[in-house]
Design a protein around this ligand. Structure first.
Ligand code: 0X9
Ligand code: ZN
Length: 301
C-alpha cells in the first residue's frame, strides 16, 4: 500500500498508479510512454474529466535518482487529485493532468539497492574507464552541449553522446511533442534548495515573457510560505543557481509551453538529498498549495 510516511520502490509506485486507473476508470488512465535503458516502464498517469475545453499540465519527478522527495511529492499530488476529484476545485477539474513520477527508474532503483547518492541514469557510456550513466537533465535537445554540462562520461553532469541519446529523455520529449494535449505548463520536481526556477538555464538570459513566469513563481512561493513558513526563492535557473544546458525545462519552454518551471524541493541543505521521511507529508502538502496557484493561472490563461 502507498503511504507518504516512507519512500517507495518503483514497483510500489507503479502498482499505486495502476490501482488508481482501475479504481477510477472514468478519470484516471495509465500509459507506458517507453522504457528505461534497463527495460522499466516509464509510466504516465493522466487525470481528466475529458472536457474538450481543458488546458493541459505535465508534471514529472525523479529525473535525478537520489532526489527521493520528488517522486514522493508527485505521487502525493496524484493521490489527492484522483481520490478527491469530485470535490476538487474547478481549476483542478478544468485541467488535463499528466504525471510521470519517476523519469529515471533505473537510477532510482540503484539508489535503493546500491548507491544512495547516484544521480544519473544507468546506461553504459563509451567511456574507456567504464563510467556509467548520463545526466538526463543535460540530455534534452535545446541548446544541448553548452555551459554547465560535460562531454566526459565520468562526470556527474555528462550530457550524453547526442541530444536525446537517452531513452528516458527521448520518451518524455516524444510524448509531449506527439501529444494532442495543449500543454500550458511543465513542472519538473527536483531537490534540494527550495527554489522556483524558470528558463533559461543554458545561459544568463530570460525569455520575453519572464515577467509572467516571475510573477506566477512569486505567487506560488507565497502560497507555499502560507502553509508552514517555508521560503522559496524565485528566479531564472541560470541567474539564481548556475548555467546548465540541456535541461528539460528549457526544452519544454522552447516547445512553446509557457509556464515551464524546475522546482527544487526541500530542504535547504541540513539533510539535502537524504531528507527524513517525516518531511514527506509537510513538503508535499505545501507543494500542493503552490501547484494550486499554478492551476488557477493555467485554468484562466
Ligand atoms: O542541475 C540541475 O539539473 C538542477 N539542479 S539539481 O540539484 N536537482 O541537479 C537544476 C536545473 C535547472 N534548469 C536548467 N539548468 N535548465
Ligand atoms: Zn535534480
Amino acid at each position: 500500500r502507498m503511504t507518504w510516511k516512507q519512500y517507495h520502490r518503483i514497483e510500489d509506485i507503479h502498482g499505486f498508479m495502476d490501482y488508481l486507473a482501475k479504481t477510477y476508470p472514468k478519470i484516471v488512465s495509465v500509459n507506458s510512454i517507453g522504457k528505461s535503458h534497463e527495460g522499466r516502464d516509464l509510466k504516465v498517469l493522466r487525470i481528466s474529466d475529458g472536457k474538450p475545453t481543458n488546458k493541459a499540465v505535465f508534471i514529472d519527478g525523479g529525473i535525478h535518482a537520489r532526489e527521493w522527495i520528488s517522486p514522493a511529492t508527485v505521487t502525493y499530488f496524484i493521490n489527492q487529485f484522483a481520490e478527491n476529484f469530485d470535490v476538487e476545485t474547478d481549476d483542478i477539474k478544468n485541467i488535463d493532468w499528466y504525471f510521470l513520477p519517476v523519469v529515471n527508474p533505473d537510477g532510482y532503483e540503484y539508489t535503493h539497492q546500491t548507491d544512495r547518492l547516484w544521480r544519473k541514469n544507468k546506461k553504459p557510456t563509451r567511456s574507456a574507464r567504464g563510467c556509467v550513466g548520463t545526466d538526463i537533465n543535460r540530455n534534452f535537445g535545446y541548446r544541448w552541449g553548452g555551459r554547465g554540462s560535460s562531454a566526459n562520461p565520468c562526470s556527474e553532469i555528462y550530457r550524453g553522446s547526442t541530444p536525446f541519446s537517452e531513452p528516458e529523455s527521448k520518451a518524455l520529449s516524444d510524448f509531449i511533442k506527439n501529444s494532442a494535449a495543449n500543454f500550458t505548463a511543465y513542472i519538473t520536481y527536483h531537490s534540494y534548495g527550495q527554489y522556483l526556477l524558470y528558463p533559461w538555464g543554458y545561459e544568463n538570459a530570460v525569455p520575453a515573457d519572464h515577467k509572467d513566469l516571475h510573477d506566477l513563481g512569486n505567487r506560488m512561493a507565497e502560497a507555499i510560505k502560507q502553509t508552514r513558513g517555508s521560503s522559496y526563492q524565485v528566479g531564472s535557473s541560470s541567474g539564481l543557481l548556475y548555467p546548465a544546458s540541456g535541461g528539460s525545462d528549457d526544452w519544454a519552454k522552447s516547445q512553446g509551453i509557457k509556464y515551464s518551471y524546475t522546482i527544487e524541493l526541500s530542504d535547504t541543505g541540513r539533510y539535502g538529498f537524504i531528507l527524513p521521511t517525516s518531511f514527506i507529508e509537510p513538503v508535499a502538502r505545501e507543494s500542493l498549495n503552490g501547484l494550486r496557484v499554478l492551476a488557477s493561472q493555467v485554468a484562466k490563461a
